[in-house]
Write a protein that binds this ligand. Structure first.
Ligand SMILES: [Zn+2]
Length: 118
């Protein structure tokens, strides 16, 4: 895939159009939306998909930060250089709960864990 901003915007627009089409087809196929529903039902389903997309973007962004993190970080309390590990953590965003990957370290001198900034 061409990594230029224009190509990426075109690709995103295409994927969003396809996601909208599939979402509407799925809601009809599984009986979530039958006949002519009240507009609030249509709006609620659209928001649900938007929230799911938001959670996936958040998880992806956090995973990329963790993937590019250094292998060590200094303890913010004592300055000891500590090895970083990656761990999964469940967080609650404004769009609902999700799992994020993040870097975490444990300082053996201070006996505490810390999350270094990305
Ligand atoms: Zn420390």
């Amino acid at each position: 895939m061409d990594g230029s901003p224009t190509a990426l915007k075109d690709k995103l627009d295409q994927l969003l159009r396809e996601a909208a089409e599939v979402s509407v087809a799925l809601d009809r196929a599984d009986g979530t939306i039958v006949g002519i529903p009240h507009y609030s039902v249509i709006e609620a389903r659209a928001h649900e998909l938007g929230r799911e997309l938001s959670r996936r973007i958040q998880a992806r962004q956090m995973g990329q930060f963790a993937g590019h993190a250094a292998e060590t970080a200094r303890c913010p309390k004592c300055g000891t250089r500590c090895r970083l590990d990656r761990q999964s953590r469940r967080i609650t965003s404004v769009d609902g709960p999700l799992e994020v990957e993040e870097s975490v370290a444990h300082c053996h001198r201070c006996r505490r864990g810390f999350f270094p900034p990305p």
